[in-house]
Write a protein that binds this ligand. Sequence first.
Ligand SMILES: Nc1ncnc2c1ncn2[C@@H]1O[C@H](COP(=O)(O)OP(=O)(O)O)[C@@H](O)[C@H]1O
Ligand SMILES: [Mg+2]
Length: 246
Amino acid sequence: MVEEKEIVIKVMNLKKSFRVGTQDIQVLHGINLEVRKGEFILLVGPSGCGKSTLLHTIYGLESPTEGTVTIELDDIWTQSKDWRANFRNKNIGFIPQQPFWIKSLTVIENIAIPGVIAGKTFHESVTIAAKLIELVGMGEWANHRPFDLSGGQQQRIALARSLLLNPKFIIADEPTGNLDMKAGEVLMTLVRNISKQFGITILMVTHNTDQYKFSSRIVSMVDGKIVSDVINQNSFDMIEEDMKKS
Ligand SMILES: Nc1ncnc2c1ncn2[C@@H]1O[C@H](COP(=O)(O)OP(=O)(O)O)[C@@H](O)[C@H]1O
Ligand SMILES: [Mg+2]
């Protein structure tokens, strides 16, 4: 029997419209989604169906027009902007499609940035970054510059950086979108193993159907609605087998 884990994100009747000129364009048409602790959810669907908008409302960047987003026990859109920024820093790591780097800093220093922003010392932040760079198998690149790395290597660094403040959640918007198949699979394997090892809940957008096997659940959207929601239990059993072997 599958054990039911606690619900950690609950999206209820979420609607979002954007004002374009004099018109309101509705992008999300009443999304309901319950995310359980430790799930690795892939959010899929055609370009323009509202995947990024949904991620942004959960991440606390884009306010809903109607409906609620509750993370753990907090209804995040009834809180202040500062509260959300603080909540995000503490709880959610974000991986964009195109990672942002400070060119003048080394790879390890770039990983350390969220620590410094959150008020840790530079030394303390780099110490944590040193562990994370090993976790993603990029230790030998610590003192290079991010732009010396391939796209796949940069995304492994972006993953390490997203973990710096020990998040409960990782939200990733097409992090493999610019990677070749091999580099995409390396990143997906890392994300899946890290999710399992640390119990981090993952919500990721992808376009690549070959990657379904890495996730525990696949949520499909069309035109701002969820049209299917499938648990990928076999895949997660397989993952546990893999992890025992490795
Ligand atoms: N800030 C915005 N202003 C106006 N329209 C937007 C804005 N952001 C997104 N949209 C529109 O909302 C729709 C969904 O966009 P998005 O969530 O980025 O889709 P997806 O990530 O699934 O490709 C698109 O038609 C897009 O043009
Ligand atoms: Mg998008």
